[in-house]
Design a protein around this ligand. Structure first.
Ligand SMILES: Cc1cc2nc3c(=O)[nH]c(=O)nc-3n(C[C@H](O)[C@H](O)[C@H](O)COP(=O)(O)O)c2cc1C
Length: 444
């Protein structure tokens, strides 16, 4: 079985699965129970001046049968007294010395940072995570994403934490910014020992059309919340990858955002993460999901012949490049399996209305010289069964992939390599050769 243990900027953990700073890490009792379930680490719910939360404070979007595909909250940081949290952190670390306990912090002034850091250090915690991400409630008070959106301010505040702390300092970034490398590089320049991302995305998750109040409803009002859960994974993956490939960022990354399965975790690790953090999936299904995550990741590593999770880290980063470096001669074509096709026509309609109209049914004429490998089989099936199934004109097909996404039958439409020996040539190659114009209209 592959070794799942990691070392994150000097913080060791039995596996890369950490709980993100959120309701599941609100108390010592919860975190210790989570460790018993197998979680390798936990980031304590953000400590600071205790706050008052609203009721309600959660909203959610369901997509088809998937409940909470997108989740939203207007919760603030901890509402528990600092002394109680510190006592529980100490107890947690005493009973689980091999697990990673990182404490999330958010306070205002330089003196506040100095004091809280020294008090947390006394608990034996393994590291700190600076919450520069909350997009509601705390930013109006000059903290959270208000810091994360101002690289110069972020640098100053992170610099204080690094100066005062003997522990590794992770900076947790907000996604509510145009270019994630700007705050990421500012944190690295401030001396941070690691980055965590993403925190939640500023959002309105929906509107109660009877009460005419956005969700989550707080009496007769609402406010913007922070969006997370499966829906945000693509945004988080992109931001993680942007930092992982940036040569100015050499510190480890803890990936957060929509992680619910071992496969999600493996994707984040392949894009450069050392650990991954989970919030919404645990709020939805409980601590027990980590069992499947551990088994799934171990099996995957074994199948790939990797002895340790560290071998997986960053493997997909080199393939993440600029658009201008992609191969313009690489070509795929859609192949419909006539035996699997149910004749629903969704691919045909999508292709006709949104693409190039290369999908056909029945005896539609094929222009001379065009190839349609499944045409005969499709028409034979129609004669046998009466089910009219689709076929693709490969010389019209642009390989856009749309049909394979709309097809409701798994494995019915596959994209087949149709490059036919053409050599690699990117847009940037064409610019260099002078055979194309510079993108963005800069040409004369
Ligand atoms: C209800 C709720 C409370 C949260 N509280 C905090 C917090 O106190 N500190 C923090 O850094 N992030 C907080 N987060 C953000 C999560 O740690 C995490 O960054 C985000 O939810 C994305 O991960 P996910 O898609 O797995 O939920 C909170 C998220 C939720 C849903």
């Amino acid at each position: 079985m592959a070794d799942l243990s990691i070392n994150f900027a000097g913080i060791s953990a039995p596996n890369p699965f950490w709980l993100a700073s959120a309701p599941p890490t609100n108390t010592g009792e919860q975190i210790m129970r989570a460790f018993d379930h197998g979680w390798g680490g936990a980031v304590w719910k953000t400590l600071g001046e205790p706050i008052v939360d609203t009721s309600s404070r959660f909203g959610a979007i369901s997509v088809g049968n998937e409940r909470m595909a997108g989740f939203s909250n207007i919760e603030l940081i901890t509402d528990r007294p600092l002394e109680v949290n510190l006592r529980e952190i100490r107890e947690c670390k005493r009973r689980y010395p091999k697990h990673a306990v990182i404490v999330s912090l958010m306070v205002e002034s330089r003196d506040d940072w100095r004091e809280i850091i020294h008090r947390v250090e006394d608990t034996g915690a393994d590291g700190l995570e600076l919450n520069f991400g909350c997009p509601h409630g705390m930013c109006e008070r000059g903290m959270g994403s208000a810091v994360g959106q101002e690289p110069e301010v972020l640098k100053i505040v992170a610099g204080w934490a690094v100066e005062f702390s003997k522990l590794p300092v992770l900076v947790k970034l907000t996604p509510n910014i145009g270019d994630i490398t700007v705050p990421g590089v500012a944190a690295a320049e401030a001396g941070a020992h690691g980055l965590s991302l993403i925190n939640t995305i500023k959002s309105i998750v929906g509107v109660d059309l009877d009460r005419m109040v956005p969700h989550p409803v707080v009496g007769a009002r609402s406010t913007n919340g922070g969006y997370c859960g499966p829906a945000v994974k693509p945004i988080a993956l992109h931001m993680v990858a942007a930092l992982a490939r940036d040569p100015r960022v050499s510190v480890p990354i803890s990936g957060i955002g929509g992680i619910a399965t071992w496969r999600d975790a493996a994707e984040f690790i392949a894009l450069g993460c050392t650990s991954v953090q989970v919030c919404t999936a645990v709020m939805h299904y409980g601590f027990r999901i980590v069992g499947d995550m551990i088994d799934g990741l171990s099996n995957f590593l074994d199948e790939k012949g990797m002895k340790s999770v560290n071998e997986l880290r960053g493997l997909a980063v080199p393939a993440y490049s600029e658009w201008g470096d992609l191969d313009l001669n690489y070509k795929v074509a859609a192949a419909v399996d006539p035996k699997k096709c149910i004749g629903c026509d969704l691919c045909l309609v999508a292709c006709r209305d949104s693409s190039v109209n290369c999908i056909h049914i029945g005896e539609h004429p094929l222009p001379a010289g065009h190839r349609a490998p499944s045409r005969e089989a499709a028409n034979a099936r129609a004669k046998e069964t009466g089910i009219k199934v689709t076929w693709v004109d490969w010389d019209e097909c642009t390989g856009c992939n749309l049909c394979s996404h709309v097809c409701p039958v798994p494995g019915c439409i596959t994209m087949v390599d149709d490059t036919r020996g053409k050599p690699f040539e990117s847009w940037n190659d064409r610019i260099a050769k002078g055979t194309d114009k510079v993108p963005g209209g800069l040409h004369g």
